[in-house]
Ligand binder design. Structure first.
Ligand code: EPU
Length: 330
């Protein structure tokens, strides 16, 4: 049995029966895919709620290539590279664009899966292509930006039919015509001539202040997604709760700050066993003290029930929750 406590940032003390590190395409050729196979990066968005009886594949393929053109930089990063280290190295080399996405935990390969986003920027904006390996058919393929079907914290890679596609690398394009993105409230105080390096430092500072460091307080970032509702539902809620932060979406729908909903429902001090809501950011659940998987599931269900009752909104998990054989929330 392989310990999983140090292989996922929520650090539940459980084990995996089979674990294979993937370092190259040659390693992938040997994989026998089964329905209980799960692909793991750095484990910062996955919570193992019990011992995992299936086959775990750890994506550890590394390598970075950069090509400069007149318009910008084509950057290829293998899936097992660390996302934040890539961001820092790009900004240091004068390749700008990803600065708002600094300090997001996890690997490059996980970035397109849930289309990581922060402070007004989503990674999809820079993704040209994603290289994948079909672990069932044993063929390599590459998907265009459009084929990846990116949306808010979602992509084709999350769909149940595509679970056997292991992302081997991501092709990014960062244009030389760079513009800072400073619309998000946390960045709105920065002057319009702020440099990418200054944004990087500011984002790191904001995240360190607001979000718990998984090394000290185990967590998996935002546990729930922000809720997307119709504009009618949004208006109805705003009449009752005028302070509710919301963001109008291009399609007319409305994204509501789920952290605010949980916070204002008085749930910041909510604890079940060793699991609890983070005191500075209610969208983040934390492993306070040797939480069990059941503690986490009960806490999440309790929050969902109270939010549903108070606002009529069904919160959807953003993290990927696993039981003994696979995803609980596919
Ligand atoms: N808020 C509260 N109380 C709380 C938490 C938030 O009132 O306990 C309010 C804030 O004051 C703010 C609003 O809710 O007005 C939004 O909060 P915040 O800016 O902290 O961002 P978020 O919507 O809760 C999202 C992402 C984060 C990302 C931040 C910044 C999701 C699910 N989460 O959180 O991403 O860092 O925006 O862009 O979209 C992650 O995905 O793991 C993650 C941390």
């Amino acid at each position: 049995m392989y310990p999983l406590k140090n292989r996922h940032s929520f650090a539940i003390d459980v084990f995996a029966k089979q674990l294979t590190e993937i370092r190259s395409l040659a390693d992938l050729a040997l994989i026998k895919w089964s329905n209980d196979t799960y692909i793991l990066g750095e484990g910062t968005n996955t919570i193992f709620t019990e011992n995992f009886e299936g086959q775990l594949l750890l994506n550890r393929i590394t390598g970075i290539e950069i090509q400069e053109t007149r318009e910008g930089w084509h950057v290829f990063a293998a899936a097992g590279e660390n996302w934040h280290q890539l961001v820092v190295s790009l900004i240091e080399q004068g390749i700008y664009g990803s600065e708002n996405l600094a300090l997001i935990p996890g690997s490059v390969g996980a970035a397109p899966v849930q289309n990581i986003g922060a402070y007004g920027v989503e990674v999809a904006r820079f993704i040209d292509r994603v290289d994948v390996y079909d672990c069932k058919l044993h063929v390599e393929t590459s998907l265009s930006h459009e084929e990846c079907q990116f949306s808010y914290r979602d992509s084709l890679f999350k769909k149940p039919d595509h679970r056997h596609w292991l992302i081997t690398g991501v092709h990014f394009f960062f244009p030389k015509a760079w513009q800072p993105v400073l619309d998000y409230p946390d960045l709105a105080t920065l002057p319009t001539d702020t440099t990418a390096k200054e944004i990087l430092a500011h984002v790191i500072q904001v995240r360190q202040r607001k979000l718990p460091d998984p090394q000290r307080v185990p967590n998996a970032g935002s546990f729930f997604k922000n809720s997307v509702v119709s504009s009618a539902k949004c208006q109805q809620l705003r009449q009752k709760f005028p302070q509710l932060p919301y963001y109008e979406q291009p399609d007319g729908s409305c994204k509501l700050a789920a952290g605010w909903l949980i916070d204002q429902a008085g749930l910041k001090s909510y604890v079940v066993g060793g699991a609890g809501v983070h005191s500075q950011q209610a969208l983040v659940l934390v492993n306070r003290d040797h939480a069990s998987g059941q503690d986490v599931l009960q806490l999440a269900e309790g929050i969902q029930a109270q939010v549903k009752q108070r606002y009529g909104i069904q919160l959807e998990a953003e993290v990927r929750l696993l039981n003994g054989t696979g995803l609980i929330n596919p």
